[in-house]
Design a protein around this ligand. Structure first.
Ligand SMILES: [Zn+2]
Length: 372
């Protein structure tokens, strides 16, 4: 079978991308009057700094302007490429308008998580039991490190689809320039911005975290503490496919909501650390997954993947990028990720192999000397 990208034989992936979101986790402080930054010659717009200031943690608001500039500049330089900065700026402008949608959504009940209405019984039972065995009972592993399970009730999927369509009509009527989910998906909506953030937080906290602990042991003790939740849409007049990439997440939840479609399979090509993201794929890392409405896949953000073309019909997926700030901090001081990066592991084994061979050689040599 022809692979969409690379061939698993050590070929590099020049198109490997990191999909990022521009969303800050802080809600704007509308009471706060930001300082003016127009007098400064900064590489970013002064307006951007004024907007961003409303998103600073309360403790920082009383710091000197220089300290704030330094902090905000670091954030901008570290996280946002040019296009994202522009989008971020728009998102600040829009945030108060989006709030008005949240007050009058199509389904208010989506804002409060009701587990018996949202989830299928098998998923709930597994979460309630909370053991490795209970989770293993409901999952299939289409390729190592990718876990698929039945999760959402059809009725919930339909409601969420209608809500997203309602959001899009509303945005269109208001002539808003809507924020798109991430740098690669043009169609869809960021659910967090439309009043669903608390519900999704709860979903991550109570329902995904125990599962992530079992399947992704490296983030075991470090809690997932923030998320980016959005809907992506594929179809003839929407996005068609999604290029090869890694997510800006520790753990990604991807649930198909419907509707009817052909194609759109996910392809996976092994988990990689930052350093090894463009290395080749080993044959055993090549995997595929076909979406079924209501069914979820859970995988590491660093699991390289993409989506093949949705050849007909329309497909909507709920995506949650779950993050752990503690884990991100810890990762900065580590160099060996062989517990999850396929390439770190391969190199580690190679080193061990060489060490064993060298020891053998040394012993043989000594033997040769002693017997001569
Ligand atoms: Zn690595």
């Amino acid at each position: 079978m022809a692979l969409p990208t690379g061939n698993g034989n050590g070929v590099l992936f020049p198109a490997m991308l990191q999909v990022t979101s521009s969303r800050l986790r802080l809600s704007p402080n509308s009471e706060h009057k930001p300082e003016a930054y127009d007098d400064l010659k900064l590489e970013f717009s002064p307006l951007l700094f004024s907007s961003l200031e409303r998103y600073l943690p309360p403790a920082m608001l009383n710091l000197s302007r220089d300290a704030k500039i330094q902090f905000m500049r670091d954030i901008l330089v570290r996280y946002f490429p040019e296009a994202e900065r522009t989008r971020l700026f728009f998102s600040f402008q829009l945030s108060h308008l989006l709030y008005t949608y949240m007050l009058q959504p199509l389904y208010k009940e989506l804002q409060t998580l009701d587990e018996t209405k949202f989830f299928v019984p098998s998923f709930l039972q597994a979460v309630n039991a909370g053991t490795e065995e209970s989770f293993r009972n409901i999952i299939i592993e289409p390729t190592p490190g990718v876990y698929s399970f039945e999760m959402l009730q059809p009725n919930f999927c339909e409601m969420l689809i209608s809500e997203v369509e309602n959001i899009e009509t509303w945005v269109h009527d208001k002539k808003f320039k809507i924020m798109r989910p991430n740098t690669m998906n043009k169609y869809g909506a960021v659910l967090d911005d439309f009043g669903l953030e608390p519900m999704l937080n709860k979903l991550m906290d109570i329902y995904l975290r125990p599962m992530a602990k079992v399947f992704f042991p490296e983030i075991n003790k470090l809690a997932l503490d923030s998320h980016h939740g959005f809907i992506v849409e594929y179809g003839a007049d929407k996005d068609v496919e999604l290029g090869f990439h890694v997510d800006d997440s520790e753990v990604t939840l991807n649930v198909c909501l419907g509707k009817e479609f052909f194609g759109g399979e996910l392809y996976f090509r092994g988990v990689r650390c930052d350093k090894h993201v463009n290395t080749g794929t080993h044959q055993e890392e090549v995997g595929y997954y076909s979406h079924i409405p209501g069914r979820a896949v859970l995988h590491r953000g660093r699991h390289r993947h993409g989506a093949r073309a949705t050849t007909s019909g329309e497909r909507l997926n709920l995506i949650m990028w779950c993050r752990s700030s503690a884990y991100r901090e810890l990762k900065r001081y580590q160099t060996d990720f062989s517990s999850w990066c396929g390439e770190c592991l391969r190199r580690k084994k190679e080193r061990q192999h060489r060490a064993v061979a060298a020891t053998k050689m040394e012993l043989l040599k000594r033997d040769g000397i002693s017997t001569s």
